[in-house]
Write a protein that binds this ligand. Structure first.
Ligand code: HEM
Length: 199
């Protein structure tokens, strides 16, 4: 079990009525899964990854956030009106970020999952940033940084996946499944940024 469970954290609205229905249909989601090469075998290795990462998710998020904090062009999206990091905001987001690691590996890609991907996309975009935590940081994380940072989220997972004594082949398969699932996720998060008809 992760130190931070996250399901009870403020603003974690997965599966609740507070989350609007995604404009993406389940049929479109299945098409995207197929496009990303996410099939039954990947789902099995993703579940295994969920077991391997369960007690490491917080350390992963800490590593990612340290990287973000060390780069001004990434850190500034967490700054309050005083030009300094909004620590209350950062602390509120963290358990939801940790929970995301586990959700990605363990939740079925059903309507509730689809709806929450739209919600997380909105929370990075002008539609929804700051609203959950009543923060006054900049109104969006520009899409280009979310896309570029996904390279880190994908590659850095490998060393965590290798830490529990699995064979190299299993680690490779878990990593491939993680990569596909992250790319599917980021694809869905990009939707609120796209002009109508262009996504
Ligand atoms: C692949 C890349 C990324 C992943 C996987 C990711 C993941 C997440 C998750 C899971 C949350 C919380 C969602 C929830 O409320 O349940 C979140 C929120 C947030 N992320 Fe990201 N993120 C990524 C890229 C970035 C980048 C590059 C930045 C800025 C440099 C950023 C800044 C934020 C901020 C400011 C929030 C809070 C938004 C709000 O609700 O006001 N994220 N992120």
């Amino acid at each position: 079990m992760s130190v931070v469970d996250g399901t009870k954290s403020a603003g974690y609205d997965y599966g609740t009525e507070g989350v609007a229905r995604s404009p993406v249909s389940l049929e479109e989601l299945r098409e995207l899964e197929t496009a990303a090469g996410l099939g039954d075998e990947e789902r099995r290795y993703l579940r295994l990854a969920g077991e391997v990462l369960a007690d490491q998710a917080e350390a992963m998020v800490d590593a990612w956030r340290a990287r973000m904090g060390a780069q001004e062009q990434l850190a500034k999206w967490f700054y309050g009106p005083d030009g300094k990091p909004d620590e209350r905001y950062k602390a509120a987001i963290k358990p939801r970020f940790v929970r995301w690691v586990i959700d990605l590996c363990t939740r079925p890609f059903d309507q509730a999952w689809l709806d929450y991907q739209e919600e997380i996309g909105r929370r990075h975009a002008p539609d929804g940033k700051n609203a959950t935590d009543e923060a006054q940081t900049p109104p969006l994380v520009p899409l280009r940084y979310v896309l570029a940072f996904s390279a880190i989220v994908v590659t850095s997972a490998r060393e965590f996946l290798a830490r529990k004594g699995h064979s190299t082949e299993d680690v490779e398969r878990m990593h491939a499944a993680w990569t596909k699932a992250v790319m599917l996720t980021i694809t869905l998060w990009a939707r609120p940024y796209a002009k109508e008809g262009l996504w």
